[in-house]
Design a binder for this molecule. Structure first.
Ligand code: BDR
Ligand code: CA
Length: 314
């Protein structure tokens, strides 16, 4: 069993990823940490509580950052046009959910859990990377104690989805992402290069959820607003299962192809939040921001049907 902390901003595609982690027999979900992004931190945390209650998830929830890592950044950028005002497709989530939170802030929960399980915890971050950056700032030694870090974020050889240069999870907190990417730990990044190729059609979702019970009925209901966003704004009949790509990797890494090399994030200016990977071999780009930085894994190709099959099987 892989011990996983899921750092998330639910979020429709976050919800599907959470259900996958909860259901998959090889995953031991030992914590859920929330972050602002698809909605404010109060809303994403309430949504995590709601999904836990509805799906019977017992992993502790620790509330995380409500604003970006760098003090100079503005507060937040809720993506209500993508995920709905309530962050879960406007299905009418109650304002409050009576489910206790872990008393610690998310970054402290991450530090304590990693220190209690040295070499065993995988951090899966599918929102702004603020909580991870705060944890590293407070306790840099955790970098050597986690098993692995997996993130959804970035756009390497394709356009972004907030600006032509930047994807939402990075654009919402570029300094945090850069801090995470220059840390020497095993890090694998799933950006729009693969997630925008992993589209679950509305028919596939309907068939998948029709065969299940109340858990899947909820997943179907909360996905409809997001599917409508993709229909109107992206011209697709279906939805990108961004965050699930990072989670499927945990059990089926062979479904992706990777390139290795140091990754940096542009912080400021026209290309704010752009992710750029230098190659591992050949030129070192001496004196540049990439020179001497740790190498990270970036997924650049995917077998989408098999990713969907893996989701469906769980
Ligand atoms: C990412 O941004 C959010 O809207 C999604 O949940 C996903 O994590 C895709 O750019
Ligand atoms: Ca997300």
């Amino acid at each position: 069993m892989q011990k996983v902390i899921f750092d998330t901003d639910p979020g429709v595609d976050d919800a599907m990823a959470l259900l996958f982690l909860h259901k998959h027999p090889e995953i031991d979900l030992i914590g859920v940490t929330t972050v602002f992004g698809n909605a404010s931190i109060d809303v994403t945390t309430r949504n995590a509580q709601f999904l836990h209650r509805e799906w019977g998830i017992t992993a502790p929830i620790a509330k995380g950052a409500g604003r970006a890592y760098a003090p100079s950044r503005s507060d937040d950028h809720p993506a209500s046009s993508v995920h709905g005002l309530d962050g879960l497709g406007n299905i009418g989530v109650p304002d409050t959910i009576d489910l206790p939170l872990d008393p610690r802030p998310a970054f402290q929960f991450i530090i304590d859990t990693v220190r209690d399980n040295p070499g065993e915890v995988t951090l899966v971050a599918v929102g702004r990377m603020t909580n991870l950056a705060l944890a590293l700032q407070a306790d840099p030694e955790i970098a050597g104690l986690v098993k692995e870090v997996v993130v959804m974020g970035g756009a390497f050889h394709v356009n972004g989805n907030v600006t032509p240069a930047a994807e939402a999870n990075i654009h919402g907190d570029p300094e945090a992402a850069d801090a995470v990417f220059i840390t020497p730990w095993k890090l694998t990044i799933f950006g729009l290069d693969v997630t925008m190729k992993t589209i679950m059609s509305s028919a596939y979702l309907a068939e998948m959820t029709a065969s299940g019970g109340a858990d899947l009925k909820l997943l179907s209901d909360l996905s409809q607003y997001y599917i409508e966003f993709y229909r109107q704004r992206v011209g697709l009949d279906g939805m990108a299962v961004h965050d699930s790509c990072a989670c499927v990797y945990l059990v089926a890494p062979e479904l992706f192809e990777y390139r290795t090399g140091p990754v940096r994030v542009v912080c400021g200016g026209l290309a704010d939040g752009m992710t750029i990977q230098a190659p591992d071999s050949g030129r070192r780009f001496e004196g540049s921001a990439w020179d001497g930085q740790p190498s990270q894994w970036v997924a650049l190709a995917v077998q989408p049907e098999k990713v969907l099959e893996t989701l469906r099987a769980a």
